[in-house]
Design a protein around this ligand. Structure first.
Ligand code: UD1
Ligand code: CA
Length: 474
């Protein structure tokens, strides 16, 4: 029997208060590489091939529930209204797990556990058929964790940090918070748990001790990689796990051909896809559901979120780009900002200090310097002069600007939207365009220049003094 065919459910414990995080947000929604902590055990369970997944929510459970509904619609939410401990959480969910032969219980705050480790645990458990299996690991500093006490007769106990006596505190083998139970054995003990311990809660760890004493065998799988089962309880743990996870992700991409100048300062989220031969400069961050194609380059200190980058395109850093589609051989930045459904198509150029929002920049078009393009479409080969702005917001509503193909927009043009320019039309520099510009025309919409002769003399300024004054001002 394997993971897919076993009668198996996974229960993720995510109802706890997470007091040590000092936050209004529930702990399992704290961000780890920009995904909620609980994303990781959910992903590991589903990657291991387990289809039946439920999650316990309680403290700020409405927020966790909303996240699950949106991102994990197949996962069942179970409420633990009062959070009386990990044992209580499993007790409350009995109506769900009793339908399976086995239930895998995973703490929602153990984000680094690999899907292969979960699958191995299940396979070994199905082969050896104990009543409970759990993962332990060795820690140089085990403080805070439950210690695994191996007794002389082969029996096993887990003793919590706060309940341990001095010699137990020295034990370095600790409980990971990942357990697999035969549901019959778990049912037999779960309602017998007591609260007679230092924190006065129903501890799931006591169920393991009880199964060993009365129901059968307990099998321990030791995980060799001690970083894999770090629990996240504090902001320090969050930073430490982020570092481990990031190192894992970056090195996985490098094995596939990523060229990364400085892996330690490069941050890549777990949902990012990189094709081989992407080049990343120091300090870059790539998050969300981003995809970077072959031969693309992500420049120094750039932040990308939900961005698709086509082959051979370059984002010069620093630039901040989110929710944007970038075609092939495009050049972006440095100091470009793009967001809100922007689309920059093949060979276009978006240069220095340009902001683009909810707009399409056509093939071979150029917006090289200092512009704001919002709610606009720019046609192929069009050149947008420096300082051009689409005035898209009238204080109440947003309006669109449409600029045709092959246009020449003079520097410092203001488009007061809604307004459009036909193909091959132009604007004179400094124009404020309030009416549509026909195809092939030029719009000149600025005050005509007047030169007043002898201005200084007329003002009674002697040219020599004027020069001196200029020097002082400079
Ligand atoms: C737990 C284990 C400890 C182990 C460690 C590994 C117990 C009693 N102790 O300790 O042996 O070494 O994990 O990381 O289980 N939760 C609920 N409902 C509750 C209480 C907690 O759903 O009423 C959830 C939390 O949200 C969390 C998980 O259970 O995701 C673990 O709870 P936590 O309080 O972090 O346990 P630890 O003290 O870390
Ligand atoms: Ca914990």
């Amino acid at each position: 029997m394997n993971v897919e065919s076993a009668s198996l459910g996974v229960l993720i414990l995510a109802a706890g208060k997470g007091i040590r995080m000092h936050s209004d947000k529930p702990k399992v929604l704290q961000l780890l590489l920009e995904e909620p902590i609980v994303y990781y055990p959910l992903k590991a369970a589903s990657d291991a091939g387990i289809e039946n997944i439920a999650i316990l929510v309680g403290h700020r459970g409405d927020m966790v529930d909303a996240y699950i509904r949106k991102e994990w619609p197949g996962v069942q939410v179970i409420w633990q209204d009062e959070q009386l401990g990990t044992g209580h959480a499993v007790m409350v969910a009995e109506h769900w797990w009793e339908r399976f032969e086995h239930v895998l219980v995973v703490s929602g705050d153990v984000p680094l556990v690999r899907s292969s480790t979960l699958a191995d645990l299940v396979e070994k458990h199905l082969k050896l058929k104990p009543q409970c299996s759990f993962i332990s690991f060795l820690m140089d500093d085990p403080s805070g964790y439950g210690r695994v006490v191996r007794l002389a007769d082969g029996a096993v106990r887990i003793i919590e940090d706060k309940d341990a006596v001095e010699e137990e505190l020295l034990i370095q083998e600790i409980n990971s918070g990942v357990y697999l139970f035969e549901t019959g054995a778990l049912s037999a003990v779960i309602r017998k748990l007591g609260r007679n311990n230092a924190i006065g809660e129903y501890n799931l760890t006591d169920a393991i001790t009880m199964i060993g004493e009365t129901e059968g065998d307990v099998n321990i799988a030791i995980c060799e990689d001690q970083s894999e089962l770090l629990g996240v309880n504090t902001p320090n743990d969050l930073a430490a796990t982020a570092e481990v996870l990031n190192r894992r992700i970056v090195s996985k991409h490098m094995l596939n051909g990523l060229k990364c100048m400085d892996p330690r300062s490069t941050w890549i989220g777990p949902r990012v896809e990189l094709e081989p031969d992407v080049f990343i400069e120091p300090g870059a961050q790539i998050w969300g559901k981003s995809h970077v194609s072959c031969g693309a380059r992500v420049g120094v200190y750039s932040t990308l979120r939900n961005v698709n980058i086509g082959e051979g395109s370059i984002v010069y850093g620093p630039s901040v780009v989110s929710d944007t589609q970038i075609g092939r051989d495009v050049e972006i930045g440095p100091f470009a900002c793009m967001r809100g459904d922007a689309e920059i198509t093949d060979r276009a150029r978006v240069g220095r200090f340009v902001e683009i929002k909810h707009s399409v920049v056509g093939n071979d078009a150029r917006v090289p310097h200092l512009s704001y393009i919002g709610d606009a479409a720019i046609g192929e080969r069009t050149n947008i002069g420096a300082g051009t702005i689409t005035c898209n917001y009238d204080g109440e509503n947003k309006h669109r600007t449409s600029i045709g193909a092959g246009c020449f927009v003079g520097s410092d043009t203001m488009f007061v939207a809604p307004v459009s320019m036909g193909d091959d039309s132009s604007t004179a520099a400094g124009s404020i365009v309030t009416r549509d510009v026909p195809e092939g025309a030029i719009a000149i919409a600025r005050a005509r220049q007047i030169n007043i002769d002898n201005w200084r003399a007329r003002k009674g300024l002697n040219p020599k003094n004027a020069e001196k004054k200029d020097d002082e001002e400079n």
